[in-house]
Design a protein around this ligand. Structure first.
Ligand SMILES: Cc1cc2nc3c(=O)[nH]c(=O)nc-3n(C[C@H](O)[C@H](O)[C@H](O)COP(=O)(O)OP(=O)(O)OC[C@H]3O[C@@H](n4cnc5c(N)ncnc54)[C@H](O)[C@@H]3O)c2cc1C
Length: 158
């Protein structure tokens, strides 16, 4: 009886586990990417898979976790120069690259459309500048509609 229940349990766990993709152990060009980002003096944090906690936190940022691709790393630029350097390295090493802002894509496109993309997470580039004279607003790509709305409401209230 116990072994019967055990088999049923094993079957359920296996079916459940099969729903989740298994990441490749190492992405092509991973070591070269580390070196390249160092050479280009990338300033922000870059979370590769061996930084388990930070990497999983970056995965967890996605709104919809039904479709998960496992990137080679998440790069967190602190300015536009960092963004340029991440792109330079990815192009040089032929590593697919993708921008992520809010992480709301239902299809998980903020992490690419397959494993091993370099994700450039733009959340920290969230500056909003309002020039009421020229009636111009410059919105950093890491903003959500909520943050834009809040800043504009405060500015217009003045
Ligand atoms: C709860 C919820 C409600 C929603 N409501 C609406 C709605 O009312 N109307 C609507 O139209 N959509 C809605 N959406 C869909 C949402 O707007 C889209 O998924 C959109 O892509 C989310 O933008 P993001 O910044 O989160 O993109 P991400 O998920 O970060 O990325 C999505 C795609 O955009 C690309 N991308 C992201 N940032 C940049 C960038 N700076 N430069 C170039 N490419 C970039 C990524 O590479 C990826 O391909 C909703 C989604 C959710 C989860």
């Amino acid at each position: 009886m116990i072994s019967y229940l055990y088999n049923i349990l094993l079957f359920i766990v296996t079916i459940y586990a099969l729903q989740y993709p298994v990441p490749v152990s190492k992405c092509p060009g991973e070591d070269s990417l580390r070196k390249c980002l160092d050479q280009y003096l990338f300033k922000g944090p870059v979370n590769f898979r061996d930084n388990y906690t930070a990497y999983n936190k970056d995965i967890d940022f996605e709104y919809d976790k039904l479709i998960i691709h496992f990137p080679v790393a998440f790069a967190h630029p602190i300015d536009e120069i960092d963004v340029q350097n991440a792109i330079n390295c990815a192009v040089k090493l032929n590593i697919p690259i993708v921008a992520r802002s809010g992480g709301h894509s239902y299809e998980g496109y903020g992490m690419g459309d397959k494993d091993c993309y370099l994700v450039v997470d733009l959340v920290t580039l969230n500056k909003i500048t309002v020039d009421t004279v020229s009636q111009t607003v410059v919105v950093g790509t890491g903003n959500t509609l909520q943050s834009v709305e809040l800043v504009l409401m405060l500015e217009l209230a003045d």
